[in-house]
Design a protein around this ligand. Structure first.
Ligand SMILES: Nc1ncnc2c1ncn2[C@@H]1O[C@H](COP(=O)(O)OP(=O)(O)OP(=O)(O)O)[C@@H](O)[C@H]1O
Length: 254
């Protein structure tokens, strides 16, 4: 499914937070969203996912204006992994992941084989099968993050929005989660702080700066020394284009 945003504006009171953002994500593509703290990544993701209404502009998912689609219908197609999402205490890991099936179930239908398969597949994908009976509140930060990703996977979405999904994860799981997102047969938009991970796993990258799109393109086109200096205020050398075709950034203390 494609995602297209046209001229999105959003803000609160007199503060403009997202300014005239237009972008498109092709079916199956993994789009990275990078930018300094406060540049509007989370706000933009929420607009794209229909969790916030833009002041002006529109978002289309699979050619449909999401403002015209019910929340329930949207949640059958779109999953959102929030930054450090909270979950009610006193529930098991399995219960949290089961919540991902809610949009697909009617009030009268029982728990189906398909629901069970979606939950167990999702737990396995994030390496949490062995924790399924554990109480959610006893998990470590990284395990909680993986359970939230599993909940989104159990939703069997066609589009996934992820806000800093690698927060709290050790390097193995950072790479595993991003590899999985890239390899899943769905369209994804993922906000990331780690620029090297963005370069490794994203097909294209959008750079946000003060709420506006500063650059958009393949990792090697976007991640230039000049952009890193101007937007992120860091000095860096960029290498590694040879075998993978993807840039590698080495930051320089100055
Ligand atoms: N509801 C709100 N009311 C007031 N200000 C807000 C609101 N939501 C976001 N902001 C402000 O908008 C700006 C963008 O926030 P946002 O969370 O989208 O940035 P971000 O790029 O995701 O940041 P980070 O990298 O720090 O997570 C910030 O300055 C934030 O304080």
């Amino acid at each position: 499914m494609s995602v297209v945003a046209e001229n999105l504006h959003w803000g609160v009171k007199r503060k403009t937070i997202v300014t005239d953002v237009s972008l498109s994500v092709a079916p199956g593509e993994t789009l990275g969203l990078i930018g300094p703290n406060g540049s509007g990544k989370s706000s933009l993701l929420r607009l794209l996912a229909g969790l916030k209404r833009p002041l002006s502009g529109r978002v289309e998912i699979n050619g449909q204006d999401i403002a015209q689609v019910s929340r329930r219908a949207l949640s059958r197609q779109v999953a959102f992994v929030q930054q450090s999402a909270a979950t009610d205490t006193n529930v098991s890991v399995r219960d949290v992941v089961r919540l991902g099936r809610t949009p697909h179930r009617s009030a009268l239908a029982g728990w189906s084989e398909a629901d069970e398969t979606a939950v167990s597949t999702a737990l396995a994908r994030v390496d949490m099968t062995g924790h399924r009976a554990q109480a959610w509140q006893t998990l470590s930060g990284g395990e909680r993050q993986r359970v939230h990703i599993a909940r989104a996977l159990a939703q069997t979405p066609q589009v996934m929005f992820l806000d800093e999904p690698t927060n709290h994860l050790d390097i193995h799981h950072q790479i595993e989660i991003l590899r999985m997102v890239r390899d899943l047969d769905l369209t994804s938009v993922v906000a990331l702080h780690d620029l090297n991970l963005a370069a490794m796993f994203c097909d294209r990258i959008v750079v946000l700066d003060e709420g506006a799109v500063r650059a958009c393109g393949t990792p090697d086109a976007v991640l230039t020394r000049a952009l890193l200096r101007e937007v992120f205020r860091v000095a860096a050398d960029i290498t590694g284009l040879s075998d993978t075709g993807r840039p590698h950034i080495r930051f320089r203390p100055e």
